[in-house]
Design a protein around this ligand. Structure first.
Ligand code: CTP
Ligand code: MG
Length: 307
């Protein structure tokens, strides 16, 4: 346990904690991107919001830059417009127009950095702030979650879009939920007990209850009574999803800080893709595990067992 804890901290400090250089490259990229927007859309009011791991405390030197543009110029929501403009400025791009959140994926060959851009999809800004809050509550969160992200990337099980496995965001949800369900818990439940709007209604209206407790001053040291080490936690995380979690009936719910059942959510019938169920904490009708099919989930489970 001691040796594993030391290894996690060593990897965290030497390889995962973002380098000053990588932070500078991200800053330069954002400036360059802002200049392109001003040049190509003079006079348009377009705000750039950086979200995801560049700002939630869970990024590494190799993380991409996630950007949300907000603007009243709705024509920008057609991501092919952005695509055309970016190509003019020598960016390599790839559009995913039919995703739930349409994005342009960018690779900047000059700065050697990747970025995902969406337009007017602000919900991710709120879940970014939620993750920032969890990171601030206990000093173990950052190295623990980064160790898990690192493992998933090494084992090729961190690619929802092209690999049919799970996104970083989904893995982070699993890791945070695991820390909420320790005894005593390391992380609190931040969301109000009941959704103030009924989930089906939310989905129909496209509305989401965005409230959660972000009072870091009050939450800091919440996990003080739990003395588990990083090494033990990592071991217990692998064991939980290798042997203890019931994939057939359980749903991971970070919003509630516990497991729900598929029957409770009405996820026990219909689409077979509901094999690994991880509830999105704000848009609770979404299963973050939907990107992985039965075979992928079997593979992921074998990875937990191997680990
Ligand atoms: N996101 C989301 N719903 C998803 C996937 C992603 O809302 N199903 C949002 C989240 O705000 C997340 C951000 O998009 O923080 C970026 O997602 P992702 O790149 O998967 O996570 P990162 O934490 O940025 O991980 P990485 O360092 O691997 O880029
Ligand atoms: Mg990212």
């Amino acid at each position: 346990e001691k040796s594993l804890t030391a290894q996690i901290l060593h990897t965290y400090e030497t390889r995962l904690f973002p380098s000053a250089d990588s932070i500078e490259v991200k800053r330069t990229f954002i400036e360059k991107f802002a200049t392109i927007l001003v040049t190509e859309f003079p006079g348009w009011e377009v705000d750039i919001h950086v979200f995801g791991s560049s700002v939630n405390g869970l990024g590494t030197s190799r993380s991409d830059v996630d950007i949300c543009l907000t603007t009243e110029h709705r024509e920008l929501e057609d991501i092919f417009l952005l695509n055309k403009v970016l190509r003019k400025h020598n960016m390599r791009t790839y559009c995913i127009p039919r995703a739930r959140v349409p994005i342009v994926k960018i690779w900047d060959p000059e700065l050697r950095i990747a970025s995902d851009i969406n337009v007017n999809n602000t919900i991710a800004l709120h879940n970014t702030r939620m993750l920032q809050t969890f990171v601030a509550v206990d000093g173990r969160v950052r190295p623990f979650v980064l160790a898990i992200k690192h493992w998933t990337k090494c084992r090729d099980i961190n690619d929802a879009a092209f690999g049919g496995t799970l996104s970083s965001y989904t893995w982070v949800n699993l890791a945070i939920h695991f820390l909420q369900t320790r005894d005593p818990p390391i992380l609190p439940v931040l969301h109000p007990r009941a959704h103030s709007l009924n989930a089906e209604k939310c989905m129909a209206l496209g509305e989401v209850d965005l409230s959660f407790n972000d009072n870091i001053g009050e939450l800091r040291e919440f996990g003080r009574a739990n003395l588990e080490s990083l090494g033990f936690l990592l071991y217990a995380f692998f064991r939980t999803y290798a042997y203890e979690f019931d994939y057939r009936t359980q749903v991971v719910s970070l919003r509630n800080g516990c497991y729900l059942t598929k029957a409770q959510k009405g996820w026990d019938t219909g689409r077979p893709s509901r094999i690994f169920c991880i509830e999105e904490p704000f848009s609770t009708w979404l299963n973050l595990g939907h990107s992985a099919n039965t075979i992928a989930v079997e593979g992921i489970r074998r990875e937990f067992q191997r680990a």
